[in-house]
Write a protein that binds this ligand. Structure first.
Ligand code: C2E
Ligand code: MG
Ligand code: MG
Length: 744
């Protein structure tokens, strides 16, 4: 403002009208107007005073320097303004000045010397407060600087592209572009893409993205000559989606390291993946193998289970599985409050079929019976085979006892038709015992035992029938048990006695033998007959000691008779099936013969036909052993069993005792006549003796004589008597009217 110091003097007064016009200008001008002369503020309008925070009166007359922050600022302005002012030019500058309150104010100063040749005349200034504009501009500049700094310092290449032309780009962009250009030997702008086709496609796609207001992004790979590869990532953002021509900002980033890291990672992952796949395959095959092994094991276990729980012949559940099922049925019966039935079934006389026709036929018969039984019950019920010819049928749920009886009737009906096996037509009947849950018992074993007991009652009732268990059966069973106990005691304490019955040789009219028949002389019940205890002794095994006693006692008695001068005859002793098969029988017999001093041919062993036919092979060897001792063998109750003639021929026997059941009606029943005739004929042809048992009447005797029988046993001659009655036994009664022919 030194220039102002040399400015022209104050303006000369103007005529009134001009003065008024000037005043009006000063007052209304929308801009500050100031007139300075020689460093003094000579005149100012209100706008000017307001800019600096003064009133016009306060301002006028002051030193111009008050409007500057410092003397130095004032002088600096003077330096730059003086030459244009002196040249008569308009001086214009934006300058920071100071308000009355000390605050800075940016002003746009325009000044012109009133008289350039004589600047001390003063200078006229217009002043605009541009502080605000200045602040905005400053801020914009700062922003521009910042952006430029950012733009240039980018680790990324940045370019502004407008209508496919690069308007601006930073160094990094150019560097990357050069790199790509070097690689391709081409300098064109679209070189960021491996080929122009791709460039077109991507550009199309990019402009589409821009239109949608989206950011476009792509990653491209570039191959170096040395085999290296570089990766660039391009990201484009349109300035204004609505105006494509406004251009877009693009950023280029060298992502080689990242991609390489990713590739390495991917490779590692691929290797890992393939290893995992390999291992997975290995594992899969191991798993498959394991699964196979497991299923084989399960199959094997199931097989073992099947075998362990089923009867191999019929395929039916066996005793073990039956018990499992029975337990289940009882548990569910208890839960659901329903009834169930256990049916114990035994085939009548099955053993005879098995013994006479052979095991193969017997097995086939059991299979067919199993099939028929399975057909009469529901699928939920259980038909099991628990041994030999014993079946147990479990009716899982019944609504009443009637259901079980109905099934029993069905079983009888289904087994009625004959069963054809090979050339044999076989008739098989069952005996069935039934026990009901929970009426008869709630325990599996007791239910089975009760059904078993009921089955024996069905047998006793004549077979081919069924019986429901009743508590009376228990009483009988306990009676059986009591008898067993007492019998054991009886054998020990000598309550057993032998009675003797003579055998008569009609031809010579002599007693030709003596059969020993055991009785139990019970102190309370009196004389008990063998039919009441032999079967119990047989079942319990007591028959073995009892049988030994009988044998020894009979031989001892015969010895006594011989010593007493009685007729010397062989003594017949009965052997039960169990005794007959007792190991060491021949040794026992030999020992007792020795002990009693009796020759072997004075002993005749009576064995029932059915007992012999059970396991014919074993029978042959036992009979051979006994024959080797010199003992005689008679087949007792002959005609009641199913003798196989081929076996009979091979049995070492001496006598057939025709069963009393054929003798009984031999006078009236032509069948019996036929049987007796056949037996006599058979014996003759085989060189065996025959004797008819149970001859009670004369007509029977006559009939038998006519049929070729010559030896007899029966009440007609003598009942069985104790040894003390020897006189009577050795002199049996002679039939009336035939006495004269008989001599003893
Ligand atoms: P068994 O060996 O067939 O004996 C014949 C049975 O018929 C005897 O009955 C005998 O008393 C009876 N009896 C004889 N003549 C007549 C007759 O004219 N009419 C009738 N109705 N019966 C007659 P017992 O003594 O009751 O013996 C029955 C069965 O008990 C015997 O039949 C035999 O199988 C068995 N037994 C008897 N004693 C023994 C023994 O010491 N050991 C074995 N294991 N069984 C024996
Ligand atoms: Mg006998
Ligand atoms: Mg007999």
């Amino acid at each position: 403002m030194d220039a102002m110091k040399t400015a022209t003097p104050l303006l000369a007064p103007r005529p009134m009208t001009a003065q008024l016009g000037l005043d009006a200008i000063m007052k209304n001008a929308p801009i500050g107007i100031l007139f300075t002369r020689q460093s003094l503020l000579v005149q100012a309008n209100e706008q000017c005073a307001a800019i600096f925070g003064y009133t016009v009166e306060e301002l006028v007359g002051r030193q111009a320097v008050v409007l500057y922050p410092s003397e130095k600022d004032y002088e600096s302005l003077g330096v730059i303004a003086s030459s244009p002012l002196m040249a008569g030019e308009l001086f214009q500058t934006d300058y920071e000045m100071q308000r009355k309150d000390g605050c800075r104010v940016w002003c746009r100063l325009r000044g012109r010397a009133i008289n350039p040749q004589h600047v001390v005349d003063g200078t006229l200034w217009t002043i605009e407060d541009i502080t605000e504009e200045r602040l905005i501009t400053q801020a914009l500049e700062n922003r521009t600087h910042e952006l430029t700094a950012i733009f240039e310092s980018q680790a990324m290449g940045v370019a502004i592209i407008r209508e496919s032309r690069i308007v601006r780009s930073n160094q990094r962009w150019e560097a990357l572009r050069r790199m790509v250009a070097e690689l391709s030997g081409d300098q064109s702008e679209d070189l960021f893409f491996p080929d122009s086709g791709m460039y077109d496609r991507l550009q199309q796609f990019a402009s589409l993205q821009f239109q949608l207001g989206l950011v476009f992004s792509t990653e491209q790979k570039y191959l170096h000559d040395d085999g290296r590869s570089s990766w660039l990532r391009m990201v484009g953002t349109a300035f204004d989606a609505a105006h494509p021509k406004a251009g877009a900002v693009w950023m280029l980033e060298d992502i080689t390291d990242r991609r390489l890291a990713e590739e390495t990672l991917r490779d590692a992952r691929d290797i890992l993946e393939s290893r995992v796949q390999e291992r997975t395959k290995e594992l899969e095959s191991v798993v498959v193998q394991l699964q196979q092994e497991i299923s084989e094991r399960i199959r094997a276990e199931r097989n073992v289970w099947e075998i362990a729980h089923h009867d191999s012949l019929t395929g039916l559940p066996n005793r073990m599985l039956l018990h499992d099922r029975l337990e289940q049925v009882l548990a569910s019966g208890q839960r659901n409050n329903h009834q169930a039935a256990v049916m114990f079934l035994d085939l009548d006389h099955f053993k005879k079929i098995n013994d006479t026709l052979g095991h193969a036929i017997g097995d086939e018969l059991l299979k067919q019976v199993a099939q028929r039984l399975t057909g009469v019950v529901r699928a939920v019920d259980t038909v099991s085979r628990i041994g030999g010819d014993e079946f147990v049928i479990l009716l899982h749920e019944i609504s009443s006892v009637g259901d079980a009886l109905l099934v029993a009737e069905k079983i009888l009906a289904v087994l009625e038709p004959t069963i054809m096996i090979e050339k044999y037509s076989l008739q098989v009947t069952p005996s069935i015992g039934i026990s009901i849950y929970p009426d008869d018992a709630s325990d599996a074993l007791v239910l089975m035992k009760n059904a078993d007991a009921a089955m024996y009652h069905a047998k006793d009732a004549g077979r081919n029938t069924f019986r429901l268990y009743s508590s009376k059966m228990d009483e009988q069973a306990s009676r059986f048990f009591a008898i067993e106990q007492r019998l054991q005691q009886a054998i020990k304490t000598g309550q057993m006695v032998l009675h003797y019955q003579p055998l008569i040789d009609w031809g010579s009219r002599t007693v030709c033998g003596m059969e020993a028949l055991v009785r139990w002389n019970d102190p309370v019940h009196g004389l008990i007959m063998p039919s009441d205890f032999i079967s119990i002794a047989e079942e319990t095994g007591l028959i073995v000691p009892l049988g030994e006693w009988v044998l020894a006692e009979a031989l001892r008695q015969n010895h006594l008779w011989q010593e007493a001068g009685r007729l010397v005859v062989p003594i017949s002793v009965n052997l039960s099936p169990r005794q007959f098969r007792q190991p060491g029988l021949a040794d026992t017999v030999r020992r007792i013969l020795l002990e009693t001093g009796q020759p072997a041919n004075f002993l005749e062993l009576e064995i029932t036909e059915s007992s012999l036919m059970h396991d014919a092979h074993e029978t042959i060897s036992i009979l051979d052993e006994l024959a080797a001792l010199g003992v005689r063998i008679a087949i007792d109750d002959f005609g009641t069993g199913y003798s196989s003639l081929s076996y009979l021929k091979r049995f070492h026997v001496h006598k057939l005792k025709i069963d009393q059941s054929f003798v009984c009606d031999v006078t009236t029943d032509s069948d019996d006549v036929a049987i007796v005739t056949a037996v006599v004929g058979l014996a003759e042809s085989m060189g065996l003796e025959t004797i008819a048992e149970g001859v009670e009447r004369l007509d029977q005797l006559n009939a038998l004589i006519r049929l070729g029988c010559h030896k007899f046993q029966g009440y007609l001659f003598s009942r069985s008597l104790p040894a003390e009655a020897a006189d009577s036994i050795f002199s049996p009664a002679i039939p009336q009217g035939m006495q004269q022919h008989i001599s003893f």
